[in-house]
Design a binder for this molecule. Structure first.
Ligand SMILES: Nc1ncnc2c1ncn2[C@@H]1O[C@H](COP(=O)(O)OP(=O)(O)OP(=O)(O)O)[C@@H](O)[C@H]1O
Length: 124
């Protein structure tokens, strides 16, 4: 494999990581998602999730954080394209927000399925 190929890939990963750090620093929604992800990861260790349960939980976390990143990216572009009120920009932003909310509901349901039975078995 040529050296320049590996250097190019490493550069791309570096740029992506810089984007991730910038997102977590500047976006309050991202900070909330990150906190939630840390909390449920801790909860996962406490609850001794099975490997499949870890995979499901991590997919739910990845779905929410990934879609929030894309939504933020769309918002930035929309703000650059049109700063005035515009019905199409409104739809673009609303659809992006809808994607995040949809993922968050799926994540909540996943969390409920993983933890509510355990909580109930602790009580009974
Ligand atoms: N240029 C615009 N034209 C029309 N409606 C807009 C415009 N900008 C924002 N909106 C409306 O306001 C809502 C919030 O937009 P805003 O850019 O403030 O997103 P946000 O609150 O930063 O989103 P998030 O909470 O995901 O960070 C949009 O979903 C849209 O309905």
């Amino acid at each position: 494999m040529p050296d320049s190929f590996l250097k190019g890939r490493m550069r791309s990963v570096g740029i992506a990581l810089r984007g991730l750090v910038s997102l977590f620093r500047s976006e309050p929604n991202m900070q909330v998602h990150a906190l939630a992800a840390l909390l449920v990861t801790g909860l996962g260790f406490l609850a001794e999730l099975s490997p499949v349960e870890w995979i499901l939980q991590n997919l739910a976390i990845g779905l929410v954080i990934g879609l929030e990143a894309i939504n933020t990216s769309i918002e930035e572009l929309a703000n650059k394209v049109e700063s005035r009120q515009d019905p199409q920009i409104k739809r673009v932003k609303d659809y992006g927000a809808a994607a995040v909310v949809f993922a968050a509901v799926i994540a909540l349901i996943t969390g409920g399925l993983l933890y509510i039975p355990r909580a109930l078995s602790l009580i009974s």
